[in-house]
Design a binder for this molecule. Structure first.
Ligand SMILES: [Zn+2]
Ligand SMILES: [Zn+2]
Ligand SMILES: [Zn+2]
Length: 287
């Protein structure tokens, strides 16, 4: 499974859209290689996790063919993870030679937001090529074609929102298992219990975990909606104790905020001190 992180910033982006703090000024000066745009990940070209307002910019900057996306797993309805307006452009006069349909998986709020954002401009012929499916937590589902590899995804409850059931995802392809943990604070016990039981039954541990690291060197603590490095470390310890992870598991961090100085040297320091791989816009990891 090849993962490409297209956007690695929090909702407001780094530099933040309207901000003139010292960090944002410095990042603007350093230029594009230090930008962290809104959260987007693609797996093997055809599967995406989240679809932010920066998807169009990502496609241009990293030469990504968004028409190849056939399945989208949406974590939650916050606009930095699901910018549904853009889907009106997937057909009609806006787009030629589009063959494969797109299936979007998400919670009840994602289904609602899709309808709300596309209500005015989505043409029938475009709508026919997009399916929006509500999924439930702790209920694995499979998708993909046998010849290109089949995926099994499981939505798990995040600690993130009081108004919707935000998800994080376990994604499996063959023997490989990937745990995508943004946006979330430290995971709820029911998610940890589920992962422990599910993976033990399969005699499996995850190959890669990507942590929400909005706070970087600031600790978020037990009740936050996001995490920092110390929170990630606490989760890592819990994963090892519960045999969700083992010695072969790798860890990456993402979703940085301009409030916590996410400069290249800060991220390198995080790697040196914690052993977690910092993601940058455009970076790839193979598992
Ligand atoms: Zn976010
Ligand atoms: Zn700023
Ligand atoms: Zn969020």
């Amino acid at each position: 499974m090849e993962l490409q992180f297209l956007g690695t910033g929090a909702a407001e982006g780094v530099p933040a859209m309207f901000c003139k703090c010292d960090t944002c000024r410095e990042i603007r000066k350093r230029g594009e290689s230090e930008y962290h745009t809104r959260s987007q990940l693609i797996l093997d070209d055809t599967v995406g996790i989240d679809f932010p307002p920066d998807a169009y910019y990502h496609a241009l900057r990293f030469n990504v063919d968004l028409a190849k996306l056939q399945y989208l797993l949406i974590t939650h309805s916050h606009m930095d993870h699901f910018y549904a307006h853009d889907f009106i452009l997937r057909g009609y006069k806006y787009c030629s030679e589009l063959s494969s349909p797109l299936t979007i998986f998400g919670n009840a709020e994602v289904v609602k937001i899709f309808a709300e954002c596309t209500r005015r401009e989505l043409r029938t012929e475009v709508a026919q090529n997009i399916r929006v499916r509500e999924i439930q937590p702790f209920s694995p589902f499979s998708f993909g074609k046998k010849e290109d590899g089949e995926y099994t995804a499981t939505a798990l409850l995040a600690q993130h929102s009081k108004t919707e059931r935000a998800f994080v995802y376990l994604i499996e392809k063959g023997e490989k298992a990937y745990l995508h943990l943004t946006d979330t604070g430290r995971l709820p016990t029911e998610t940890l219990d589920y992962l422990e039981k599910y993976l033990t039954a399969k005699n499996k541990t995850v190959d890669l975990v990507t942590f929400d690291c909005t706070f970087l060197f600031r600790t978020a603590g037990e009740v936050s909606r996001h995490m920092g490095l110390e929170d990630n470390k606490a989760m890592q310890t819990e994963f090892l104790r519960r045999k969700i992870a083992d010695g072969h598991t790798r860890y990456a961090i993402t979703h940085y905020s301009h409030n916590n100085e996410p400069f290249r040297e800060t991220l390198e320091k995080a790697k040196a001190e914690y052993g977690f791989l910092p993601t940058f816009d455009g970076s790839k990891i193979e598992i």
